[in-house]
Design a protein around this ligand. Structure first.
Ligand code: NAD
Length: 502
């Protein structure tokens, strides 16, 4: 059976750790490969090699670093079909969606191609007599990224694209559930001209994560995953003096006002709730129609669209979505559906027990719709991360704004309306980090920054965009005076008070 290796020091290696994890084919439920799991010694070896490589990389001028990013983008584009197949085979999302996963990551690589411009500091000439002040952004050294299973291409590229362009070396600890694609991205970075060691791919579980968080050589860690682990990473990492950004789970709401374009809203909701089997942190698993008539119309229109959804294996070009990532995750989603029933919500469409003919062992969950969900229900309060849409009926816009604002998660939210002032008020007041106005999945473009609020993100800096550059660099400010410019001036006496511009 195939073994998926680490990429340490530019070479494939099984490392010293003897532990392995199963990698499943979600379409069939069968184990298709084993991935090596790092011991602390493997992580330390990767970090030491990265620290060695980082010195030369930081001294490489930004334009040359950008050229590696340009070359990497071309290499990824040249084999995007193969990469998408590799991604789908372990994740289960349909091929077109895997291409989107890769493309969204490449958009951050495109942003990183502009790094010479992004790293330009500020300069003030003659801030005082013969005195100039300038600032520069310097790389941190060795930084790390710990990524989830649901975007095995996009999220690693969000992180290493910007970090490496800034002059850091990067330790990538991808999800152990779909580890092949991140290794291939690492190989393509080498082919693009990145010196060996600047990007290390180390597989593992909590053991590897703890070794990263405890290493004194790691200056900063980006994490994306579930909220409890995000909080753990944030707490342990910051206690060890590291800069941490840790993105967590989500429960995004779509508010539908009576004046919304209903045809478009229904199409958007179905795609955002069920696309990728709901395994997106920017999915829309909660819909909040305002007013009884809106709720009834929405329910009536959603039903035939849900009935038309086609589940299939990830290679089926006609499938709307494929299996979820694991049997354990399928069981968890189904237990949440059971919880919704026990909570007293109305189960309108039940996706439990779905079986795809010829793929009975696959991890499929049918589309599920709940109506009359209320904020006190546990199945509403927690993230399900599956193809389950919950309808919470609201009487007014004010009540609809309160729901996402008071939810423990604050990743994304969307409003569907033609009412400009209402949308404007909504965007200004809702307590959520990323807002869509008639946009169901408001993931910011690469040159803006991604980041939720509340339990969806720990730490203050967004991912990619200028926030990403800020996160992976430290600011140095220089105040300079050159003897000779003020030739003939008398030597000034020692001053024992703070210099001012008075
Ligand atoms: P996860 O939290 O299980 O795993 C994320 C990473 O943490 C993986 O690399 C994993 O190996 C590691 N990990 C797992 N258990 C650990 C432990 N006990 N100690 C230390 N590290 C551990 O998340 P997942 O299931 O891979 O991904 C789905 C979750 O990610 C969902 O909650 C989703 O909302 C969230 N997510 C959030 C964003 C965002 O930007 N906010 C984006 C994508 C996914």
């Amino acid at each position: 059976m195939r073994t998926i290796h680490h990429l340490i020091g530019g070479a494939a290696t099984t490392g010293a750790g003897g532990r392995r994890a199963d990698v499943f084919d979600p379409n069939t439920g069968r184990v298709q490969a084993h991935v090596v799991l790092a011991d602390p010694a493997d992580v330390d070896a990767a970090i030491a090699d990265a620290a060695r490589a980082q010195v030369g990389w930081a001294a490489t001028n930004p334009q040359r670093r950008a050229r590696v990013m340009f070359a990497f983008k071309a290499l990824v584009e040249a084999e995007i079909d193969t990469l998408a197949e590799m991604l789908s085979a372990e994740h289960g999302k349909v091929i077109a969606d895997s291409r989107g996963d890769i493309q969204r990551g490449l958009e951050v690589i495109e942003f990183a191609c502009g790094i010479p411009h992004l790293l330009k500091g500020e300069f003030t000439s003659d801030a005082g007599p013969g005195i100039d002040v300038y600032s520069m952004r310097q790389p941190l050294g060795v930084v790390a990224g710990i990524t989830p299973f649901n975007f095995p291409a996009m999220i690693p590229m969000w992180m290493f694209g910007v970090a490496i362009a800034c002059g850091n070396a990067f330790i990538l600890k991808p999800s152990e559930r779909d580890p092949s694609l991140p290794v291939r991205l690492g190989e393509l970075m080498l082919e693009a001209g990145l010196p060996a060691g600047v990007l290390q791919v180390v597989h593992g579980d909590k053991v590897a994560v703890d070794a990263i968080l405890d290493s004194p050589l790691i200056r900063a860690v980006s994490f994306v995953g579930s909220s409890d682990i995000a909080h753990y990473v944030y707490s342990r990492g910051t206690a060890n003096g590291k800069r941490i950004q840790a993105m967590g789970g989500a429960k995004n709401h779509g508010i539908v006002l009576p004046d919304a374009d209903m045809d478009q809203t229904v199409a958007d909701l179905v795609g955002a709730a069920f696309g990728s089997a709901g395994e997106r942190c920017m999915a829309l698993p909660v819909v909040v129609p305002v007013g009884k008539a809106t709720a009834n119309e929405l329910r009536e229109r959603l039903l035939p669209e849900i009935a038309k959804l086609r589940l299939g294996v990830s290679t089926d070009p006609d499938a709307h979505y494929g299996p979820v990532v694991s049997a354990a995750h399928r069981d968890r989603i189904e237990s949440y559906i059971g919880m919704g029933v026990a909570d007293g919500a109305e189960l309108v469409v039940d996706g439990r027990g779905f079986s795809l003919q010829g793929h009975e062992g696959g991890f499929f969950v049918g589309p599920t719709l709940f109506d009359y969900v209320t904020p006190t229900m546990q199945s509403y309060q927690e993230e399900i991360f599956g193809p389950v849409l919950q309808m919470v009926r609201a009487e007014s816009l004010a009540e609809a704004i309160t729901l996402p604002s008071q939810h423990q998660y604050g990743n994304g939210v969307a409003i569907f309306t033609r009412n400009g002032p209402a949308a404007r008020e909504f965007a200004a007041t809702v307590d959520v980090g990323m807002v869509g106005i008639n946009v169901p999945i408001p993931v910011p473009v690469a040159y803006h920054s991604f980041g939720g609020w509340k339990r969806s993100a720990f730490g203050d800096t967004g991912i990619h965009g200028t926030e990403g550059v800020k996160f992976y660099t430290k600011l140095k400010t220089v105040t300079q005076r050159w003897p000779g410019l003020d030739a003939g001036a008398a030597v000034t006496d020692s001053s024992f008070v703070i210099p001012t511009m008075k």
